[in-house]
Design a protein around this ligand. Structure first.
Ligand code: 5GP
Ligand code: ZN
Length: 147
């Protein structure tokens, strides 16, 4: 049985306690239409078990979510919807734009001229020295042990 949180809208969708237009589900994942699509075909892919953030997922359990996103991306290209390309987007934390605190990938059909864009911060474009990249990498390498 998936872990469920009573006041989580996506857990309610998993339990069929809230409506959703479901396009796919398997034992551990579900894909359904976003209620406020940024573009026709905008689909959300979730783990059925509640986790607020990506890193809260049990170790080794994230693979099937990407596999379902892969299926949805392939389906969007075959669906007849306008879809020349696909973006995956995952907002992980409030500062990253997360509003629903149950892990989800946005699977977004894209086409030339669709008006989408990703705005980078003011630091974008700078190419740091290798030493700075190495120093940053070392901090992450150090922190990645046993995750
Ligand atoms: P976030 O900003 O957390 O990455 O995205 C949350 C997404 O969930 C938004 O795109 C929003 O439209 C969608 N959403 C919020 N409530 C519901 C709901 O009740 N049903 C569905 N299908 N999508 C929802
Ligand atoms: Zn949930």
């Amino acid at each position: 049985m998936p872990v469920s949180v009573p006041d989580c809208i996506f857990c309610k969708i998993v339990k069929r306690d809230a409506p959703a237009s479901i396009v796919f589900e398997d034992e551990t994942t579900m894909a359904f239409m976003d209620i406020r699509p940024m573009i026709p075909g905008h689909t959300l892919v979730i783990p059925k078990s509640h986790a607020a953030y990506l890193e809260d997922l049990p170790k080794g359990s994230s693979g099937p979510i990407l596999e379902t996103a892969r299926k949805v991306a392939a389906a969007l290209r075959r669906s007849g919807l306008r879809c020349e390309a696909v973006n995956l987007w995952l907002a992980n934390g409030r500062a990253a734009g997360q509003e629903v605190f149950h892990v989800h990938f946005h699977v977004l059909p894209r086409f030339h001229g669709d008006g989408f864009g990703m705005r980078a911060g003011p630091d974008y474009g700078r190419m740091p020295e290798r030493a700075e990249l190495e120093s940053t990498a070392e901090k992450i390498r150090h922190a990645i042990v046993n995750q």
